[in-house]
Design a protein around this ligand. Structure first.
Ligand code: AMP
Ligand code: ZN
Length: 493
Protein backbone atom coordinates (compact mmCIF):
# COMPACT_ATOMS: atom_id res chain seq x y z
CA UNK A 1 0.00 0.00 0.00
CA UNK A 2 1.33 3.44 -0.93
CA UNK A 3 2.05 5.96 1.78
CA UNK A 4 -0.37 8.46 0.21
CA UNK A 5 -3.39 6.34 1.09
CA UNK A 6 -2.57 6.87 4.80
CA UNK A 7 -2.37 10.66 4.46
CA UNK A 8 -4.88 13.39 3.80
CA UNK A 9 -3.19 16.53 2.59
CA UNK A 10 -5.02 19.80 2.81
CA UNK A 11 -3.97 22.52 0.39
CA UNK A 12 -4.85 26.19 0.45
CA UNK A 13 -6.70 26.75 -2.80
CA UNK A 14 -6.40 30.37 -3.96
CA UNK A 15 -9.63 30.14 -5.90
CA UNK A 16 -11.77 29.25 -2.88
CA UNK A 17 -9.61 31.08 -0.36
CA UNK A 18 -9.69 27.99 1.86
CA UNK A 19 -7.72 24.94 2.77
CA UNK A 20 -9.26 21.95 1.00
CA UNK A 21 -8.63 18.24 1.31
CA UNK A 22 -6.58 17.28 -1.72
CA UNK A 23 -8.11 14.64 -3.97
CA UNK A 24 -6.33 14.00 -7.25
CA UNK A 25 -8.44 13.48 -10.36
CA UNK A 26 -6.85 10.06 -10.94
CA UNK A 27 -6.04 8.22 -7.75
CA UNK A 28 -2.32 7.95 -7.14
CA UNK A 29 -1.48 10.36 -9.97
CA UNK A 30 -0.92 14.10 -9.86
CA UNK A 31 -0.66 16.60 -12.70
CA UNK A 32 1.04 19.84 -11.63
CA UNK A 33 1.89 22.85 -13.79
CA UNK A 34 4.10 25.68 -12.54
CA UNK A 35 4.86 28.85 -14.49
CA UNK A 36 8.58 28.88 -15.21
CA UNK A 37 11.02 31.75 -15.66
CA UNK A 38 11.12 34.31 -18.43
CA UNK A 39 14.68 33.72 -19.56
CA UNK A 40 15.93 37.24 -20.25
CA UNK A 41 18.19 37.63 -17.21
CA UNK A 42 19.68 35.65 -14.33
CA UNK A 43 17.18 34.26 -11.86
CA UNK A 44 17.31 36.10 -8.55
CA UNK A 45 16.78 34.67 -5.11
CA UNK A 46 13.08 35.65 -5.18
CA UNK A 47 12.45 33.55 -8.29
CA UNK A 48 14.40 30.76 -6.65
CA UNK A 49 12.12 30.86 -3.61
CA UNK A 50 8.99 30.26 -5.67
CA UNK A 51 10.57 27.40 -7.61
CA UNK A 52 11.91 25.95 -4.36
CA UNK A 53 8.43 25.98 -2.81
CA UNK A 54 7.16 23.88 -5.69
CA UNK A 55 10.23 21.64 -5.62
CA UNK A 56 9.39 20.91 -1.98
CA UNK A 57 5.75 20.18 -2.88
CA UNK A 58 6.83 17.94 -5.77
CA UNK A 59 9.23 16.12 -3.47
CA UNK A 60 6.62 15.58 -0.76
CA UNK A 61 4.13 14.12 -3.25
CA UNK A 62 6.83 11.79 -4.53
CA UNK A 63 7.81 10.90 -0.97
CA UNK A 64 4.21 9.80 -0.38
CA UNK A 65 4.41 7.55 -3.44
CA UNK A 66 2.33 9.61 -5.88
CA UNK A 67 3.16 9.41 -9.56
CA UNK A 68 3.60 13.08 -10.40
CA UNK A 69 3.78 14.69 -13.82
CA UNK A 70 5.33 18.04 -13.06
CA UNK A 71 5.37 20.49 -15.96
CA UNK A 72 7.32 23.72 -15.59
CA UNK A 73 7.70 25.84 -18.70
CA UNK A 74 10.35 28.16 -20.02
CA UNK A 75 8.97 31.49 -21.26
CA UNK A 76 11.17 32.28 -24.23
CA UNK A 77 8.81 34.61 -26.13
CA UNK A 78 5.74 36.74 -25.70
CA UNK A 79 6.33 38.23 -22.22
CA UNK A 80 6.20 41.99 -22.71
CA UNK A 81 7.87 44.49 -20.43
CA UNK A 82 4.57 45.46 -18.89
CA UNK A 83 1.99 42.85 -17.88
CA UNK A 84 -0.77 44.92 -19.49
CA UNK A 85 0.44 44.02 -23.00
CA UNK A 86 2.57 47.11 -23.35
CA UNK A 87 6.22 47.61 -24.21
CA UNK A 88 8.77 45.51 -25.96
CA UNK A 89 9.18 41.74 -25.70
CA UNK A 90 11.59 41.27 -22.77
CA UNK A 91 13.82 38.83 -24.61
CA UNK A 92 13.83 40.82 -27.86
CA UNK A 93 14.79 43.94 -25.89
CA UNK A 94 17.68 42.19 -24.16
CA UNK A 95 18.86 40.84 -27.54
CA UNK A 96 18.79 44.36 -28.97
CA UNK A 97 20.76 45.77 -26.02
CA UNK A 98 23.35 42.98 -26.02
CA UNK A 99 23.42 42.83 -29.84
CA UNK A 100 22.91 39.12 -29.95
CA UNK A 101 20.15 36.82 -31.27
CA UNK A 102 17.08 36.45 -29.02
CA UNK A 103 17.73 32.72 -28.96
CA UNK A 104 21.23 33.44 -27.62
CA UNK A 105 19.60 35.36 -24.77
CA UNK A 106 17.25 32.44 -24.18
CA UNK A 107 20.08 29.91 -24.25
CA UNK A 108 22.31 31.93 -21.92
CA UNK A 109 19.69 32.39 -19.22
CA UNK A 110 18.16 28.95 -19.54
CA UNK A 111 21.60 27.46 -18.91
CA UNK A 112 22.05 29.81 -15.92
CA UNK A 113 18.63 28.78 -14.57
CA UNK A 114 19.46 25.07 -14.82
CA UNK A 115 22.91 25.51 -13.28
CA UNK A 116 21.47 27.39 -10.33
CA UNK A 117 18.72 24.84 -9.79
CA UNK A 118 21.29 22.03 -9.85
CA UNK A 119 23.44 23.83 -7.30
CA UNK A 120 20.43 24.20 -5.02
CA UNK A 121 19.56 20.51 -5.35
CA UNK A 122 16.30 20.81 -7.31
CA UNK A 123 14.66 17.84 -8.95
CA UNK A 124 14.10 18.44 -12.66
CA UNK A 125 10.44 18.68 -13.71
CA UNK A 126 8.98 15.81 -15.74
CA UNK A 127 8.49 18.07 -18.79
CA UNK A 128 9.99 21.51 -19.42
CA UNK A 129 8.26 22.87 -22.54
CA UNK A 130 9.06 26.19 -24.18
CA UNK A 131 6.65 28.78 -25.54
CA UNK A 132 8.44 28.91 -28.91
CA UNK A 133 8.16 25.14 -29.22
CA UNK A 134 4.37 25.41 -28.98
CA UNK A 135 3.44 28.21 -31.39
CA UNK A 136 1.21 25.92 -33.45
CA UNK A 137 -0.70 24.74 -30.36
CA UNK A 138 -1.25 28.35 -29.32
CA UNK A 139 -2.51 29.36 -32.77
CA UNK A 140 -5.00 26.46 -32.74
CA UNK A 141 -6.48 27.60 -29.42
CA UNK A 142 -6.71 31.22 -30.57
CA UNK A 143 -8.56 30.08 -33.72
CA UNK A 144 -11.19 28.34 -31.60
CA UNK A 145 -11.63 31.29 -29.21
CA UNK A 146 -12.11 33.50 -32.27
CA UNK A 147 -14.67 31.06 -33.74
CA UNK A 148 -16.57 31.22 -30.45
CA UNK A 149 -16.73 34.99 -30.78
CA UNK A 150 -14.81 35.62 -27.56
CA UNK A 151 -11.85 37.27 -29.28
CA UNK A 152 -11.46 39.71 -32.14
CA UNK A 153 -8.83 40.50 -34.73
CA UNK A 154 -7.56 44.01 -35.38
CA UNK A 155 -4.68 44.87 -37.72
CA UNK A 156 -3.01 41.47 -37.44
CA UNK A 157 -3.36 41.19 -33.67
CA UNK A 158 -5.94 39.13 -31.78
CA UNK A 159 -7.39 40.24 -28.44
CA UNK A 160 -9.47 38.38 -25.89
CA UNK A 161 -12.81 40.12 -25.39
CA UNK A 162 -13.04 40.26 -21.59
CA UNK A 163 -16.40 42.06 -21.41
CA UNK A 164 -18.07 39.63 -23.80
CA UNK A 165 -16.56 36.66 -21.96
CA UNK A 166 -17.83 38.05 -18.69
CA UNK A 167 -21.42 37.94 -19.98
CA UNK A 168 -21.37 34.12 -20.03
CA UNK A 169 -18.58 33.37 -17.56
CA UNK A 170 -17.06 35.07 -14.55
CA UNK A 171 -13.87 37.04 -15.21
CA UNK A 172 -12.21 37.55 -11.83
CA UNK A 173 -13.02 34.19 -10.19
CA UNK A 174 -9.45 33.68 -9.09
CA UNK A 175 -8.30 37.15 -8.14
CA UNK A 176 -11.67 38.28 -6.79
CA UNK A 177 -11.51 41.38 -8.98
CA UNK A 178 -14.82 42.74 -10.16
CA UNK A 179 -15.14 43.66 -13.80
CA UNK A 180 -16.78 46.97 -12.86
CA UNK A 181 -13.73 47.89 -10.75
CA UNK A 182 -11.40 46.85 -13.53
CA UNK A 183 -13.26 49.06 -15.98
CA UNK A 184 -13.20 51.90 -13.50
CA UNK A 185 -9.50 51.53 -12.61
CA UNK A 186 -7.94 50.80 -15.98
CA UNK A 187 -6.76 53.86 -17.76
CA UNK A 188 -8.01 54.33 -21.27
CA UNK A 189 -5.46 53.53 -23.95
CA UNK A 190 -7.18 55.63 -26.58
CA UNK A 191 -5.08 55.90 -29.69
CA UNK A 192 -2.27 53.70 -28.29
CA UNK A 193 -3.74 50.31 -28.95
CA UNK A 194 -6.11 48.39 -31.17
CA UNK A 195 -7.94 46.97 -28.16
CA UNK A 196 -11.68 47.60 -27.91
CA UNK A 197 -11.41 47.84 -24.13
CA UNK A 198 -8.36 48.29 -21.93
CA UNK A 199 -9.20 45.11 -19.96
CA UNK A 200 -8.81 42.97 -23.07
CA UNK A 201 -5.54 41.12 -23.42
CA UNK A 202 -3.48 39.96 -26.38
CA UNK A 203 -3.67 36.41 -27.64
CA UNK A 204 -1.56 37.21 -30.69
CA UNK A 205 0.45 40.33 -31.46
CA UNK A 206 1.36 41.55 -34.90
CA UNK A 207 5.13 41.86 -35.34
CA UNK A 208 6.82 44.46 -37.47
CA UNK A 209 9.41 43.17 -39.98
CA UNK A 210 12.28 44.36 -37.69
CA UNK A 211 10.98 42.10 -34.92
CA UNK A 212 13.10 38.94 -35.11
CA UNK A 213 10.89 36.68 -33.04
CA UNK A 214 7.90 36.30 -35.33
CA UNK A 215 5.96 33.41 -36.74
CA UNK A 216 3.36 33.02 -39.53
CA UNK A 217 -0.27 32.77 -38.43
CA UNK A 218 -3.73 33.16 -40.02
CA UNK A 219 -3.50 36.83 -38.96
CA UNK A 220 -0.08 37.50 -40.43
CA UNK A 221 3.42 37.48 -38.95
CA UNK A 222 3.43 37.87 -35.21
CA UNK A 223 4.04 36.30 -31.82
CA UNK A 224 1.80 34.86 -29.10
CA UNK A 225 0.62 36.77 -26.02
CA UNK A 226 2.14 35.73 -22.70
CA UNK A 227 -0.90 34.07 -21.10
CA UNK A 228 -1.79 31.76 -23.99
CA UNK A 229 1.46 29.79 -23.78
CA UNK A 230 0.65 28.43 -20.32
CA UNK A 231 -2.88 27.46 -21.36
CA UNK A 232 -1.51 25.64 -24.40
CA UNK A 233 1.30 23.82 -22.61
CA UNK A 234 -0.53 22.90 -19.41
CA UNK A 235 -3.49 21.43 -21.25
CA UNK A 236 -1.34 19.71 -23.86
CA UNK A 237 0.61 17.76 -21.25
CA UNK A 238 -1.87 17.47 -18.37
CA UNK A 239 -5.28 17.43 -20.04
CA UNK A 240 -8.01 20.04 -20.10
CA UNK A 241 -8.74 19.50 -16.43
CA UNK A 242 -5.78 18.88 -14.16
CA UNK A 243 -4.93 18.90 -10.46
CA UNK A 244 -2.58 21.73 -9.52
CA UNK A 245 -1.45 24.98 -11.09
CA UNK A 246 1.20 26.98 -9.27
CA UNK A 247 3.29 30.11 -9.50
CA UNK A 248 4.28 33.15 -7.51
CA UNK A 249 1.42 35.12 -6.01
CA UNK A 250 2.20 38.04 -8.32
CA UNK A 251 1.05 35.88 -11.23
CA UNK A 252 -2.47 35.47 -9.85
CA UNK A 253 -3.60 38.54 -11.75
CA UNK A 254 -3.60 39.01 -14.66
CA UNK A 255 -1.66 35.92 -15.79
CA UNK A 256 -3.59 33.13 -14.08
CA UNK A 257 -6.94 34.92 -14.32
CA UNK A 258 -6.40 35.11 -18.08
CA UNK A 259 -5.39 31.45 -18.24
CA UNK A 260 -8.72 30.49 -16.68
CA UNK A 261 -10.63 32.71 -19.11
CA UNK A 262 -8.78 31.31 -22.13
CA UNK A 263 -9.33 27.69 -21.12
CA UNK A 264 -13.02 28.22 -20.42
CA UNK A 265 -13.52 30.15 -23.65
CA UNK A 266 -11.70 27.41 -25.52
CA UNK A 267 -13.40 24.30 -24.18
CA UNK A 268 -15.91 25.35 -21.53
CA UNK A 269 -13.95 23.73 -18.77
CA UNK A 270 -12.36 25.22 -15.70
CA UNK A 271 -8.81 23.93 -16.16
CA UNK A 272 -7.48 23.58 -12.62
CA UNK A 273 -8.71 22.03 -9.37
CA UNK A 274 -6.20 23.61 -6.98
CA UNK A 275 -4.54 26.97 -7.58
CA UNK A 276 -1.43 27.24 -5.40
CA UNK A 277 0.43 30.52 -4.99
CA UNK A 278 3.78 30.97 -3.30
CA UNK A 279 4.51 34.21 -1.52
CA UNK A 280 7.28 36.67 -2.18
CA UNK A 281 10.83 37.01 -0.94
CA UNK A 282 11.55 40.59 0.05
CA UNK A 283 14.75 42.53 0.52
CA UNK A 284 14.69 45.63 2.73
CA UNK A 285 10.93 45.14 3.01
CA UNK A 286 10.40 45.39 -0.78
CA UNK A 287 9.66 42.57 -3.21
CA UNK A 288 12.81 41.25 -4.86
CA UNK A 289 12.47 42.02 -8.53
CA UNK A 290 14.57 42.05 -11.65
CA UNK A 291 13.18 45.34 -12.86
CA UNK A 292 13.94 47.44 -9.76
CA UNK A 293 17.37 46.00 -9.06
CA UNK A 294 16.21 45.20 -5.51
CA UNK A 295 17.48 41.66 -5.62
CA UNK A 296 20.30 39.28 -4.79
CA UNK A 297 21.57 36.69 -7.21
CA UNK A 298 22.17 33.11 -6.07
CA UNK A 299 25.82 33.45 -7.12
CA UNK A 300 26.15 36.49 -4.81
CA UNK A 301 24.80 34.62 -1.82
CA UNK A 302 27.20 31.75 -2.42
CA UNK A 303 30.25 33.99 -2.70
CA UNK A 304 29.16 36.67 -0.23
CA UNK A 305 30.21 39.28 -2.79
CA UNK A 306 27.49 41.80 -2.12
CA UNK A 307 27.09 44.66 0.34
CA UNK A 308 24.07 42.93 1.84
CA UNK A 309 26.08 40.02 3.25
CA UNK A 310 28.98 39.59 5.67
CA UNK A 311 29.96 36.23 4.12
CA UNK A 312 28.87 33.55 1.67
CA UNK A 313 26.34 30.83 2.50
CA UNK A 314 26.02 27.30 1.17
CA UNK A 315 23.01 26.28 -0.98
CA UNK A 316 21.70 24.08 1.85
CA UNK A 317 21.76 26.97 4.32
CA UNK A 318 19.76 29.04 1.85
CA UNK A 319 17.31 26.16 1.40
CA UNK A 320 17.01 25.75 5.14
CA UNK A 321 16.36 29.49 5.50
CA UNK A 322 13.60 29.34 2.89
CA UNK A 323 12.02 26.20 4.33
CA UNK A 324 11.87 27.81 7.78
CA UNK A 325 9.09 30.03 6.42
CA UNK A 326 5.72 28.79 5.20
CA UNK A 327 5.48 29.03 1.42
CA UNK A 328 2.43 31.31 1.74
CA UNK A 329 4.16 33.80 4.06
CA UNK A 330 6.23 36.73 2.94
CA UNK A 331 9.88 36.10 3.80
CA UNK A 332 12.35 38.93 4.31
CA UNK A 333 15.93 38.26 3.38
CA UNK A 334 18.71 39.52 5.65
CA UNK A 335 22.24 38.68 6.66
CA UNK A 336 21.20 38.11 10.28
CA UNK A 337 18.42 35.73 9.28
CA UNK A 338 20.87 33.77 7.13
CA UNK A 339 23.40 33.61 9.98
CA UNK A 340 20.71 32.28 12.31
CA UNK A 341 19.67 29.68 9.71
CA UNK A 342 23.27 28.59 9.29
CA UNK A 343 23.54 27.99 13.03
CA UNK A 344 20.36 25.90 13.01
CA UNK A 345 21.44 24.00 9.91
CA UNK A 346 24.84 23.09 11.40
CA UNK A 347 23.18 21.98 14.64
CA UNK A 348 20.87 19.72 12.62
CA UNK A 349 23.74 18.24 10.60
CA UNK A 350 25.70 17.56 13.80
CA UNK A 351 22.72 15.75 15.30
CA UNK A 352 22.31 13.64 12.16
CA UNK A 353 25.97 12.63 12.40
CA UNK A 354 25.45 11.72 16.07
CA UNK A 355 22.40 9.69 15.11
CA UNK A 356 24.45 7.41 12.85
CA UNK A 357 26.54 6.25 15.82
CA UNK A 358 23.89 6.01 18.54
CA UNK A 359 23.63 2.68 20.31
CA UNK A 360 20.16 1.45 21.23
CA UNK A 361 19.26 0.23 24.70
CA UNK A 362 16.14 -1.19 26.27
CA UNK A 363 15.60 1.43 28.96
CA UNK A 364 12.23 3.19 28.84
CA UNK A 365 12.14 6.73 27.43
CA UNK A 366 9.68 9.60 27.57
CA UNK A 367 10.08 10.54 23.86
CA UNK A 368 7.33 8.87 21.81
CA UNK A 369 8.93 8.32 18.39
CA UNK A 370 5.74 7.10 16.64
CA UNK A 371 3.79 10.09 17.84
CA UNK A 372 6.61 12.41 16.79
CA UNK A 373 6.66 10.82 13.33
CA UNK A 374 2.92 11.39 13.03
CA UNK A 375 3.37 15.05 13.97
CA UNK A 376 5.97 15.45 11.21
CA UNK A 377 3.49 14.14 8.62
CA UNK A 378 0.67 16.17 10.15
CA UNK A 379 2.77 19.32 9.61
CA UNK A 380 3.38 18.55 5.96
CA UNK A 381 -0.20 17.44 5.41
CA UNK A 382 -1.36 20.80 6.71
CA UNK A 383 -0.67 22.77 3.53
CA UNK A 384 3.03 21.82 3.45
CA UNK A 385 3.86 23.47 6.75
CA UNK A 386 7.66 23.22 6.59
CA UNK A 387 8.34 25.57 9.57
CA UNK A 388 6.22 23.28 11.72
CA UNK A 389 8.05 20.25 10.32
CA UNK A 390 11.40 21.86 11.13
CA UNK A 391 10.29 22.58 14.67
CA UNK A 392 9.37 18.87 15.04
CA UNK A 393 12.74 17.93 13.57
CA UNK A 394 14.39 20.05 16.27
CA UNK A 395 12.53 18.26 19.02
CA UNK A 396 14.16 15.11 17.63
CA UNK A 397 17.55 16.91 17.58
CA UNK A 398 17.13 17.68 21.28
CA UNK A 399 16.27 14.03 21.95
CA UNK A 400 19.30 12.78 19.98
CA UNK A 401 21.60 15.04 22.00
CA UNK A 402 20.04 13.73 25.22
CA UNK A 403 20.68 10.15 24.14
CA UNK A 404 24.26 11.13 23.32
CA UNK A 405 24.91 12.64 26.74
CA UNK A 406 23.24 9.70 28.47
CA UNK A 407 20.23 11.54 29.87
CA UNK A 408 17.84 9.60 27.59
CA UNK A 409 17.80 6.39 25.59
CA UNK A 410 16.23 4.70 22.57
CA UNK A 411 15.46 1.09 21.66
CA UNK A 412 16.36 -0.61 18.36
CA UNK A 413 12.95 -0.32 16.72
CA UNK A 414 12.50 3.36 17.58
CA UNK A 415 16.04 4.16 16.48
CA UNK A 416 15.25 2.63 13.10
CA UNK A 417 12.06 4.72 12.80
CA UNK A 418 13.80 7.90 13.95
CA UNK A 419 16.61 7.46 11.41
CA UNK A 420 14.31 6.64 8.49
CA UNK A 421 11.92 9.49 9.25
CA UNK A 422 14.62 12.10 9.74
CA UNK A 423 16.53 11.05 6.64
CA UNK A 424 13.31 11.08 4.60
CA UNK A 425 12.27 14.55 5.67
CA UNK A 426 15.69 16.22 5.88
CA UNK A 427 17.34 14.85 2.75
CA UNK A 428 14.42 13.84 0.49
CA UNK A 429 11.67 16.35 1.21
CA UNK A 430 13.57 19.43 2.43
CA UNK A 431 16.44 18.37 0.13
CA UNK A 432 19.20 19.58 2.46
CA UNK A 433 22.67 18.29 1.75
CA UNK A 434 25.32 17.69 4.34
CA UNK A 435 28.31 19.53 2.94
CA UNK A 436 29.87 19.72 6.39
CA UNK A 437 30.60 16.05 6.21
CA UNK A 438 34.08 15.69 4.88
CA UNK A 439 36.94 15.78 7.28
CA UNK A 440 39.12 17.63 4.77
CA UNK A 441 36.48 20.37 4.45
CA UNK A 442 36.50 20.78 8.22
CA UNK A 443 40.32 20.90 8.29
CA UNK A 444 40.37 23.45 5.45
CA UNK A 445 38.00 25.72 7.37
CA UNK A 446 40.07 25.40 10.54
CA UNK A 447 43.23 26.22 8.58
CA UNK A 448 41.67 29.36 7.15
CA UNK A 449 40.65 30.41 10.65
CA UNK A 450 44.32 30.03 11.71
CA UNK A 451 45.39 32.22 8.75
CA UNK A 452 42.76 34.82 9.68
CA UNK A 453 44.12 34.91 13.23
CA UNK A 454 47.72 35.28 11.95
CA UNK A 455 46.62 38.08 9.63
CA UNK A 456 45.02 39.87 12.57
CA UNK A 457 48.26 39.53 14.53
CA UNK A 458 50.18 40.99 11.58
CA UNK A 459 47.78 43.93 11.37
CA UNK A 460 47.96 44.55 15.11
CA UNK A 461 51.74 44.73 14.71
CA UNK A 462 51.24 47.11 11.75
CA UNK A 463 52.78 44.56 9.41
CA UNK A 464 50.34 45.42 6.60
CA UNK A 465 52.56 43.88 3.92
CA UNK A 466 52.11 40.45 5.48
CA UNK A 467 48.40 40.89 6.24
CA UNK A 468 47.70 41.93 2.63
CA UNK A 469 49.79 39.06 1.34
CA UNK A 470 47.68 36.55 3.31
CA UNK A 471 44.46 38.10 1.98
CA UNK A 472 45.67 38.32 -1.64
CA UNK A 473 47.15 34.85 -1.81
CA UNK A 474 43.96 33.37 -0.43
CA UNK A 475 41.98 35.36 -3.00
CA UNK A 476 44.14 33.88 -5.77
CA UNK A 477 42.83 30.45 -4.83
CA UNK A 478 39.23 31.79 -4.60
CA UNK A 479 39.09 32.07 -0.83
CA UNK A 480 37.68 35.52 -0.12
CA UNK A 481 38.19 37.23 3.23
CA UNK A 482 35.67 39.81 4.25
CA UNK A 483 36.33 42.32 7.04
CA UNK A 484 33.56 43.87 9.07
CA UNK A 485 33.22 45.53 12.47
CA UNK A 486 32.52 42.07 13.96
CA UNK A 487 35.73 40.50 12.62
CA UNK A 488 36.80 38.65 9.51
CA UNK A 489 34.79 35.94 7.75
CA UNK A 490 35.56 33.96 4.61
CA UNK A 491 33.86 32.33 1.69
CA UNK A 492 35.01 29.45 -0.48
CA UNK A 493 33.96 29.93 -4.12
P1 AMP B 1 9.55 35.66 -14.01
O1 AMP B 1 10.82 35.09 -14.54
O2 AMP B 1 9.62 37.12 -13.75
O3 AMP B 1 8.39 35.29 -14.90
O4 AMP B 1 9.29 35.00 -12.60
C1 AMP B 1 9.45 33.63 -12.35
C2 AMP B 1 8.75 33.24 -11.06
O5 AMP B 1 9.34 33.90 -9.94
C3 AMP B 1 7.26 33.60 -11.02
O6 AMP B 1 6.53 32.51 -10.47
C4 AMP B 1 7.19 34.79 -10.09
O7 AMP B 1 5.97 34.85 -9.42
C5 AMP B 1 8.33 34.46 -9.13
N1 AMP B 1 8.85 35.64 -8.42
C6 AMP B 1 9.22 36.83 -8.94
N2 AMP B 1 9.66 37.67 -7.96
C7 AMP B 1 9.60 36.98 -6.80
C8 AMP B 1 9.91 37.28 -5.43
N3 AMP B 1 10.40 38.45 -5.07
N4 AMP B 1 9.69 36.31 -4.50
C9 AMP B 1 9.20 35.10 -4.85
N5 AMP B 1 8.88 34.76 -6.12
C10 AMP B 1 9.07 35.68 -7.09
ZN1 ZN C 1 2.34 30.91 -16.81
Amino acid sequence: MSLFSEHNISIYNSISGQKEVFKPINEGNIGMYVCGPTVYSNVHLGNLRTFMSFDMIFRYFKHLGYKVRYVRNITDAGHLENDADEGEDRIAKKARIEQIEPMEVVQKYTVDFHNILNLFNFLPPSIEPTATGHIVDQIEIIKIILEKGLAYEVNGSVYFDVLKYNKSYDYGVLSGRKIEDLIHNTRSLEGQTDKKNPQDFALWKKAEPKHIMRWPSPWGMGFPGWHIECTAMSIKYLGKHFDIHGGGIDLKFPHHECEIAQAKAWNDCSPVNYWVHANMLTLNGQKMAKSTGNNILPSEILSGNTNQLSKGFSPSVVRFFMMQAHYRSILDFSNDALLASEKGFLKLMDALKTLVNLTPSNTATNFDVSNWKKRCYDAMNDDFNTPMLISEIFSAVKYINQIKDGSSSIDTENLKTLKATLNGFVFEVLALQDNTNSNSDKKLRETIEILIALRKQARDQKNFGLSDQIRDQLAEIDIQLKDSKDGTTFSLD
